[in-house]
Design a protein around this ligand. Structure first.
Ligand code: APR
Length: 310
């Protein structure tokens, strides 16, 4: 039997994620949104691509949470995206209310599901989802590091003129300005980039990665990135659905790891059928630890300011 995935939010990220999951035949997909007609229309349109694309996943679009019953995985993309000039944090109050509502509806019908969060500001929305669901930390995971690392890999591949597939990148910390890229652990066919590029170039590529979301928003203007974000969340979904035990940078709730307590932040984790199966602690330099602490403090300060009933 196919696994079942619910994608909440049938906008750019949600619908593209549903498409990627279906085209990889990873699971049946329920696409749900508050907007009348959009999830049904996009769901049917996607299903009608199956005979040509040759996938067997069944896709249903709906506004009715009862159709999400017994999902193995719930992916939350519902919310409002950024417009030019807005930071991810400008979305907090609205998206916290949305995330809290949809998570409660979903977990009521799928108490054994794993939650994958995409809605921004990501690390804060993970906290909202954890609170709204009452789930243990293994089952609430945020997508940020995989996307940030993919952007870093892309820019490195353009700079070095080598296949992006050859590049393995590690990015820690919050999704946004306080992201902590790790050049020491970023390699091209095993060679650290610190041996291949001058520090100034690496610094410039890191800056571009950090501003990667804003770069897209400024180009598109009416919305934010969705191709790479949907690819990133699909990689995480696949690791969980297929119990791949893949090591990926994800936003998880730390309870003392890296000396950080009670906040969601991006660190390398092992993803498998159980969700977060292990948090991997790597040795950081004093400077890297300092940056990670700043990142955690930034997320914590927003969570403390949340005046939404979650
Ligand atoms: N329940 C279900 N769906 C909702 C709700 C709700 N309460 N509120 C809003 N939505 C839906 C909208 O109707 C819309 O279809 O969420 C969808 C969001 O889609 P887009 O506006 O296209 O935004 P998108 O680009 O998909 O980004 C969604 O992901 O990457 C993050 O920052 C981004 O927070 C944003 C989220």
């Amino acid at each position: 039997m196919y696994k079942k995935v619910t994608v909440i939010g049938a906008g750019n990220v949600g619908a593209t994620t549903a498409q990627r999951i279906a085209e990889k035949d990873l699971a049946d997909v329920v696409l749900i949104d508050i907007a009348e007609g959009i999830p049904q229309g996009k769901g049917l349109d996607l299903l009608e691509s199956a005979p040509i694309e040759g996938f067997h996943s069944r896709i249903q679009g709906t506004r009715d949470y009862d159709m999400t019953r017994d999902s193995d995985l719930v992916i939350v993309t519902a919310g409002i995206p950024r417009k030019p000039g807005m930071s991810r944090d400008d979305l907090i109050a609205t998206n916290a209310k949305i995330v809290s509502t949809v998570v409660k509806e979903a977990v009521l019908r799928s108490p054994d599901a794993i939650l994958l969060l995409v809605t921004n500001p990501l690390d804060v929305m993970c906290f909202v989802a954890k609170k709204a669901s009452g789930f243990p930390r293994e089952k609430v995971i945020g997508m940020a590091g995989v996307l940030d690392a993919a952007r870093f890999r892309t820019f490195l591949s353009m700079e070095l003129d080598v296949s992006a597939e050859n590049i393995s990148a590690l990015v820690l910390g919050g999704h946004g300005d306080s992201m902590v890229p790790m050049p020491r652990y970023t390699t091209v066919a095993g060679i650290p980039i610190t041996e291949l590029l001058p520090a100034k170039t690496i610094e410039a590529l890191i800056r571009r990665t950090r501003d990667g979301g804003a770069e897209i928003v400024n180009l598109i203007k009416t919305g934010s990135a969705f191709y790479a974000p949907s690819s990133a969340v699909t990689e995480m979904a696949e690791a969980i659905l297929k119990d791949q035990k893949k090591i990926l940078p994800c936003s998880v709730y730390l309870m003392g790891e890296y000396g950080i307590q009670g906040v969601f932040i991006g660190v390398p984790v092992k993803l498998g059928a159980g969700g977060v199966e292990k948090i991997i602690e790597i040795k950081l330099t004093d400077e890297e630890q300092r940056l990670l602490n700043i990142s955690a403090d930034a997320v914590r300060s927003i969570v403390l300011k949340l005046d939404v009933e979650v």
